[in-house]
Design a protein around this ligand. Sequence first.
Ligand code: NAP
Length: 264
Amino acid sequence: MSSDQSVRTSGAGNRCDGKRALVTGGASGIGAATARLLAGEGARVMLADVDEAGAARIADGIGKAASSTFLDVCRADSWSAAVASTVARLGGWDVLVNCAGILRRGTIETTTMATWHEVLDVNLRGTWLGAREAVRHMQGTGGVIVNLSSVAGIVGDQDLCAYDASKGGVRLLTKAITDHATRHGLGIRCNSIHPGVIETPMVANYIAESDDPVAERALWDSYMPPGVTGHADDVGHLIVFLVSDESRLIDGAELVIDGGGTVE
Ligand code: NAP
């Protein structure tokens, strides 16, 4: 696809020129930052979220390179509508960033059936449904899928039983997608990203809603090395690299981005 310089975010590069990206969870945190950075590198972006108004606000802030749409990642019919809207608005679709996610507290003993389903539905089923749409749509023309897992998909945390299970699932779902795409020569790369603590509304809300927010804050700080703070743009820059052709040989990989917090 030829690039359209007129929709480029000002002061930007061209590492993602011509890419057409659907970013789920685009109304907030890592998704919003990623959409901004992708547009800044020449991509056209569709921000998709259950928070339709929030996604529209972020898209307006980005400018002409961005559009927004409602998407509930748990529902197949919602995916069909969002993909149709993406293709119509962006002129095609070759990048999926699966950023939508939720975080809920619960150990193996306290996690309820409702919480288990809520978390697995959004984080794992939502990622699977999106990737299935992408693989069906992009084969032949090629594309890139980036799945947001977490360090919680690699190491366990007693309070995040359902979340850990969902993110561990995303990690291996990613490798299953790559195995399928490479065996069949589909030209689609798929990688998972594993952030440590990134200061977004997800983390802030989780801490604020705990019984002891001060102690909870200290616990979350301890997950990162002293003095290291993770920002949404840190993850967004990695996603830009994975979307760009600079990373063309990176496929089926799991990229930890946590300042070294889980190195031991
Ligand atoms: P965030 O700020 O809470 O953004 C997540 C967005 O996803 C929100 O706009 C949320 O809407 C939306 N969403 C929730 N359920 C959805 C659904 N069913 N369909 C579509 N959109 C939905 O979170 P974040 O920190 O940027 O997290 C982005 C991704 O990175 C998540 O997958 C998260 O698990 C992962 N991650 C984050 C961290 C971290 O420390 N922040 C670390 C590792 C991995 P509502 O606000 O209305 O729910």
